[in-house]
Design a protein around this ligand. Structure first.
Ligand code: FAD
Ligand code: N01
Length: 545
């Protein structure tokens, strides 16, 4: 039995920074990851075209000014190998690997009054006073639910588990299933080599052009000189990406001015620019439709076949209520004769056969099937382990009606356990590196305070959790998000309760709430000293979002 102070599960952006911070406290900390190296998302998702859609100099750590100065990004939107190299550099620079165990999965965790008992698939048993899930919001690929994939005679690849040695599809017939961010990124790159490429699209995405390019020396120097101010602007923004804040309704400006505004923001190549152009795009259907139609016009302008353009145009849900995409040449790819689009809403994939994918129109024969079919978001990695909390309650039982948490950081009945970017925190509705740093800092400070105060257990009160769940759900109800079936709501996973998985109020307001909770002696938590006869440290005032 290994005995440590803190176990961190996951060695992506979150786990690496969490380890670095906990070392400063002098706590015996261990990180475990199923992967063979650091990187998390950027270790696993190696498909051609994979890159971030937040600019490199924003999608990076802010905690070390020296790191900011020494690391130089090459592109506005770096590709997966560059982001992975960055995280490998961070691991080496801060000497993190010596406390990380790779190729190992945490398979079970249960609370035992004085700490957590954890088991790994290597058969190791670990006792840890604190348990931190840095397991990622998009780390468990969704089962594609296509019958017969085992019967298929060719290759089946998943964007989320792309082979490390790469894949050459030159001269092949390829099917891509799925048109979320992964499918939209991989399609044009595979199209460049494949003999025939068929994209099976069930729900079209709204996608914006990245206008990706190499960074020039002047803009790098300018950002390096002003990083502190830039980071402040990120933290003060809605999503961790500074964009000009709207002051007017989309409905109070004339159509020509509105079109010019949308065009200017479209040309910026910033994912959130168009959706942030007016105050009410996320809350008012009519306002939203002005922006949605602007995007559809761009699709019609780009795709030469009007029928294909129409199939690619989202009409069944408002702009921004499902994750929008940033692409390089996605719509343009359909102008090539060898690239085909199947409307898999109209003609669903019935099953895979030995030769390809069958719809009611027949079998599309292919050599390779690429599954870009998404993830069991936010809760998937946690429920895969399904920790057992106080009184033997499983997380899956606690979440039977949907994920519940306090601040997205902790769960009632699960003492000394934290979730980095857990449900109902800004997580996937933000530049996640900004949100990860904020969570890691908050968790580290909370543990440090407990250690200083002689607190042995820190646990969310059920009433605080309930209040948070109620308040965050009410905020979602004021937006257009519930109008779409999306992975934000768990709709992509059969049987997953329909609960919005992210805080929708913007990262600056969220940070204020978290800071206020900490400043108010961790309001909403009970903190119990090791001596059972000493009074618990409790601040039972109501929380407010
Ligand atoms: P992850 O990077 O997902 O790391 C979690 C780690 O936990 C994984 O390595 C996994 O193996 C490990 N793990 C999970 N369960 C267990 C277990 N039981 N035992 C052991 N190990 C376990 N976000 C943005 O803000 N901007 C972007 O541009 C962006 N682009 C993305 C592109 C892709 C292709 C994907 C899939 C996601 C993207 N994201 C983006 C979201 C991205 O996941 C986060 O930005 C960030 O990388 C998450 O870091 P993390 O450390 O929280 O989790
Ligand atoms: O997954 P998705 P993703 N038959 O869930 C379809 C981040 N990310 O990996 O919607 C046919 O968005 C499914 O159709 P439908 C980002 O946060 C970022 O692409 O269920 N189709 C959908 O079209 C992103 O949002 C980047 O109707 C099937 C698609 O598969 C998140 O990760 C890049 C199907 C899945 O889309 C997830 O993106 C990549 C079936 N049986 C990822 N099953 C950046 O650019 C599923 N689908 C930064």
């Amino acid at each position: 039995m290994t005995d440590i102070d803190v176990l961190v599960v996951g060695a992506g952006f979150a786990g690496l920074y969490q380890l670095h911070r906990l070392r400063d406290l002098g706590l015996r900390t261990r990180v475990i990851d199923a992967a063979s190296d650091v990187g998390g998302t950027w270790y696993w998702n190696r498909y051609p075209g994979a890159r971030c859609d937040v600019e490199s100099m924003s999608y990076s750590y802010s905690f070390s000014p020296e790191l900011e100065q020494d690391w130089t990004w090459t592109e506005k939107y770096p590709a997966q190998p560059e982001i992975l190299a960055y995280l490998q550099h961070v691991a080496d620079r801060f000497d993190l690997r010596r406390d990380i165990t790779f190729d190992t999965s945490v398979t079970a965790a249960s609370w035992a009054d004085d700490g957590w008992r954890i088991t790994t698939d290597a058969g190791e048993r670990i006792t840890s006073r604190w348990l931190i899930w840095a397991t990622g919001c998009l780390s468990v690929p969704k089962d594609p639910q296509i019958d017969g994939l085992d019967d298929f005679g060719g290759r089946v690849l998943s964007t989320a588990r792309w082979p490390h040695e790469g894949v050459d599809v030159t001269g092949e017939r390829v099917a891509v299933v799925g048109t979320g961010s992964s499918g939209i990124q991989v399609t044009p790159v595979l199209a460049a080599d494949a003999a025939e490429l068929t994209v099976f699209q069930r729900t079209p995405s709204y996608s914006f052009p990245a206008f990706n390019r190499p960074l020039d020396a002047d803009e790098i120097a300018e950002r390096k000189a002003t990083y502190p101010q830039w980071r402040d602007a990120q933290r003060a923004s809605g999503f961790g990406v500074p964009v000009a804040l709207p002051t007017r309704s989309a409905l109070e400006v004339d159509p020509a001015e509105r079109a010019a505004t949308y065009r200017e923001r479209w040309d910026s190549g910033v994912l959130t620019a168009v959706t942030s152009a007016y105050t009410d795009i996320r809350t008012n259907l009519e306002a939203n439709e002005t922006a949605a139609e602007f995007v559809r016009e761009r699709i019609r302008e780009t795709v030469t076949d009007p029928a294909v353009a129409e199939t690619l145009s989202p009409r069944s849900y408002p702009l921004g209520t499902r994750r929008p995409c940033l692409d390089t040449g996605f719509y343009e790819a359909f102008n090539a004769d060898h690239v085909h689009l199947v409307d898999a809403r109209e003609t669903p994939i019935q099953r895979a056969t030995a030769d390809g994918l069958r719809t009611r129109d027949g079998v599309t024969e292919v050599d390779t099937i690429v599954l870009a079919t998404g993830f069991d978001a936010v809760t998937g990695a946690l429920l895969a382990v399904d920790p057992v909390g106080r009184d033997g309650e499983r997380l899956s039982e606690h979440w039977a009606d949907g994920a519940r948490s306090y601040l997205g950081l902790a769960v009632a009945g699960f003492p000394n356990m934290f979730t980095v970017t857990g449900p109902s925190s800004p997580n996937v509705l933000s530049n996640m590196v900004v949100s990860i740093e904020q969570h890691v800092d908050w968790i580290t400070d909370a543990i440090a305070r407990c250690e200083a105060d002689g607190v042995a257990t820190m646990e969310v009160e059920a009433a605080a959790e309930e209040a948070w769940v109620t308040q965050t759900a009410a905020m979602v109800d004021q937006t257009l998000y519930p109008r779409a079936d999306s992975w934000y709501l768990g709709s992509n996973i059969p049987g997953k309760p329909r609960v919005h998985l992210a805080w929708v109020g913007g990262i600056a307001a969220y940070r204020d709430v978290c800071d206020a909770v900490a400043a108010d002696d961790y309001r909403g938590f009970t903190r119990q000293r090791a001596d059972p006869h000493s009074p618990s440290l409790r601040t039972p005032r109501p929380v407010s979002a």
